[in-house]
Design a protein around this ligand. Structure first.
Ligand code: F6R
Length: 369
């Protein structure tokens, strides 16, 4: 049942190109138009929406953080992303014009379920993004967009995360299409770029041997830090979460711009720091800023592990280890940048003798609050 792999997690990492392709299947056509008729919230209702709130936990929350960038960019609607467990105890301001997006692999996470119940009581419309047919969260939502990752068995989420991202991009683009903002060339271009992602992920997976070797060489370390900016920031958080849960290491993700507000004090000689670098072809200011962040930490002794787009020569002088990923547009980059971090955490867990599929103290579906 593990299909020749030692762990379900390895199998599920390898299934990601297919999971992404399956989640796109039937939802985009050859001309680059989106077909999300399954989202049964009337277009007239979607046109009235004046605010989007995304709620989720754990890895799904990281997907939701990335959704915020995509929704704001493609719809120009204000969007907040919040941990479900914080949202519901805060008396959030919601009404009939609020669209709440609840993201959950299992569809059974209690905090996310309670958040969506609260939102519906306030009159908000709830759209679930879920991987499990007929589970509680989609049953209690106004509409659902299923991710087609297939069953995820390993406790640590991998392929579900990538498909959650795809679903978030589709929703953001669909909202843009329905509301008439940015519809046209840009959406068609992005849809085409999304359809290229399975091939990119396949290529990343073929080049992971150096990442595994690096992970094994760091098995004795206590701490690994992760830095990112913009959508690379949630990717950094996700890389750190994978490492905590699988390798039981102290791992923390930071927004790179926050370094000098505190975290840079943690940098010491030979401390591994993974940096997610945005595409140099995208917003150049983002790229320049992160290159200077890499220089700053390296000058203080950090061992820099740099994830950058193929051909990004600017990072080469400051990288102790380079992990190349295929070129993708800035907003879509998390779909490729996350994959090496999954492999890294899985290999570190193995090297430390941990149980990869069943990390200590964790359950696949968290049905208690
Ligand atoms: C981390 C992980 C968890 C889940 C979280 C939400 O690898 O798997 O953080 O993402 O418990 O679970 P779902 O998506 O089922 O609501």
């Amino acid at each position: 049942e593990k299909g020749g792999y030692d762990y379900f997690m390895l199998k599920e990492i390898a299934e990601q190109p297919k999971a992404v392709a399956d989640t796109l299947l039937g939802r985009i056509d050859g001309s680059g138009a989106l077909h999300l008729d399954e989202v049964r919230i009337a277009p007239s209702v979607l046109r009235e929406v004046d605010k989007v709130v995304v709620v989720a936990c754990g890895t799904a929350y990281h997907a939701g953080m990335i959704a915020k960038y995509a929704i704001e960019h493609w719809t120009r609607l204000p969007c907040e992303t919040e941990l479900a467990s914080e949202f519901r105890y805060r008396d959030p301001i919601l009404d009939q014009r609020t669209l709440v997006i609840a993201i959950s692999q299992s569809g059974e996470t209690m905090d996310t379920l309670m958040a969506l119940r609260h939102a519906r009581e306030q009159g908000a419309k709830v759209l679930a993004i879920c991987n499990t047919n007929g589970s509680t969260i989609p049953r209690e939502s106004d509409a659902v967009l299923y991710t087609h990752a297939g069953p995820e068995v390993a406790v640590a989420s991998t392929k579900a995360f990538l498909t959650q991202l795809v679903a978030c991009y589709l929703v953001a683009l669909y909202l843009g299409q329905t509301r008439g903002t940015k519809w046209g060339d840009e959406i068609r271009t992005v849809v085409r770029q999304l359809s290229e992602v399975p091939g990119h992920v396949e290529r990343v997976l073929e080049t992971m041997e150096p990442v595994r070797a690096l992970a094994r060489s760091l098995a004795h370390k206590n701490t690994v830090l992760f830095l990112g900016r913009h959508v690379g920031y949630p990717v950094a958080l996700e890389g750190a979460l994978k490492l905590k849960e699988l390798a039981y290491m102290h791992a923390e993700g930071f927004a790179a711009g926050e370094l000098k507000h505190g975290p840079i004090a943690l940098i010491e000689d030979d401390l591994p720091v993974v940096v997610v670098v945005p595409s140099p072809r995208g917003r150049s200011v983002l790229h320049e800023k992160i290159v200077s962040n890499i220089q700053e930490i390296r000058a203080r002794g950090a061992r820099t592990i740099v994830i950058a787009e193929e051909g990004d020569e600017a990072v080469v002088p400051y990288a102790d280890h380079l992990i190349w990923i295929p070129a993708a547009p800035t907003l879509l980059q998390p779909l490729v940048a996350t994959v090496p971090l999954q492999v890294f955490a899985c290999e570190l867990a193995t090297a430390r003798g941990n149980e990869v599929d069943q990390p200590r103290n964790l359950a696949k579906s968290v049905t208690v609050e």
